[in-house]
Design a binder for this molecule. Structure first.
Ligand code: IPM
Ligand code: MG
Length: 354
């Protein structure tokens, strides 16, 4: 079980070592042979190889079974021309080149964090949603262009493209997941306006015939944004295209109190990628303040989805739950009467519980 470790930028350099240490603890406890290799992405890669996603890193990715990524994005890299910025030159090509079309983002509201939610406890209690975000199509990857028009104005174009086969493969995965959960699937689109959404909806309806046991409903994205706040426990599995999924999962993450709790798995190719859904948070980087839980929970997803190690995965999830129950909180989750801890201490507490 070969794991490539890409800490990336900002808080990635603090939270990833905690998740690696957690994996090593689990490996000892369950006698697993996990091997770790370090690789460079974004700023470190640019400084060493002149590109945020060098061939050397891609090669390492292809030689591993799973990748643990921290986050990319830094003020320094923002000064570079857009072709070299890590979001567009490293993260997106990494997802595309590894064929990681299915991005799973589980939204779980922990009982002990009910008070950290910006919404009323009775609204968010028991929320358990699994998002399937399409990750290698849509606006992120369609042709882009910028041109100066005859009247002297400047025009920018992003193109929203989907093939039915790209829709089929993610929707099928979402139906399968719904079947193994509470058997409800919500497909989110904007079929009242967008042609790609019309194709999305037709494709979903065709696949639904193979899943008569799953209750399907279609929801417009604007309505979904509202429903997520009004009545989030109506959702079980949600499937949607790339950009809608990006936006809705950030919104949904806060139901549970913090984006710092949201892990993700990107699947579909031979190698899978595990990363927290949050960014590199340069404002708190290097201050021992970042919540390592999203990355640690991403490591649990790695054990589950890449290595089919359900019990070790649950051991991590239970340890996270236990530490929260005992009242330990990183600053993003801090509430009255709780014990505030930093990144390193939080990692250590989780390892002790394992
Ligand atoms: C995410 C992030 C990325 C995305 C950014 C960093 C390009 O927001 O993984 O959700 O938009 O996909
Ligand atoms: Mg995002």
């Amino acid at each position: 079980m070969k794991i490539l470790v890409l800490p990336g930028d900002g808080i990635g350099r603090e939270i990833v070592p905690e998740a690696v240490a957690v994996l090593k603890t689990v490996a000892r406890k369950f006698n697993l042979e996990l091997s770790f290799t370090d690789g460079l992405i974004s700023e470190d890669a640019y400084e060493n190889y002149g590109h945020p996603l060098p061939e050397q890193t891609l090669e390492l990715c292809k030689q591993s079974h799973a990748i643990l990524l921290g986050a990319v994005g830094s003020p320094k890299m923002d000064q570079l021309p857009v072709e070299l910025r890590p979001e567009r030159a490293a993260l997106l090509p990494l997802r595309k080149k590894l064929h990681l079309f299915a991005n799973l983002r589980p939204i779980k509201v922990y009982e002990t964090l009910l008070d950290s939610s910006p919404l009323k406890p009775e609204v968010v209690k028991g929320v358990d949603i699994l998002f399937f975000r399409e990750l290698t199509g849509g606006l992120y990857f369609g042709p882009k262009q910028r041109e100066v028009l005859a009247d002297g104005s400047t025009q920018a174009i992003d193109t929203l493209v989907y093939k039915n086969i790209e829709i089929q493969r993610i929707v099928t995965q979402a139906f399968e997941a719904a079947r193994s959960r509470r058997k409800k699937l919500t497909s989110v689109d904007k079929a009242n306006v967008l042609e790609s959404s019309l194709l999305w909806r037709e494709t979903v309806n065709a696949i639904a015939k193979d899943y008569p046991d799953v209750e399907l409903n279609h929801m417009y994205v604007d309505n979904c944004a509202m429903q997520l706040v009004r009545y989030p426990s109506q959702f079980d599995v949600v499937v949607t295209e790339n950009m809608f999924g990006d936006i809705l999962t950030d919104q949904a993450s806060t139901l549970g109190g913090s984006l710092g709790m949201l892990p993700s798995a990107s699947l579909g190719g031979e190698v899978a990628l595990y990363e927290p859904a949050h960014g590199s948070a340069p404002d708190i980087a290097g201050k021992d303040m970042a919540n390592p839980m999203a990355t640690i929970l991403s490591a649990a997803m790695m054990l589950r989805y890449s290595f089919h190690l359900e019990e070790p995965a649950q051991a991590i999830e239970k340890a996270v739950n236990a530490v929260l129950n005992e009242g330990y909180r990183t600053p993003d989750l801090m509430a009255p009467n709780m014990t505030k801890v930093g990144t390193v201490e939080m990692g250590k507490l989780i390892r002790e519980r394992i």
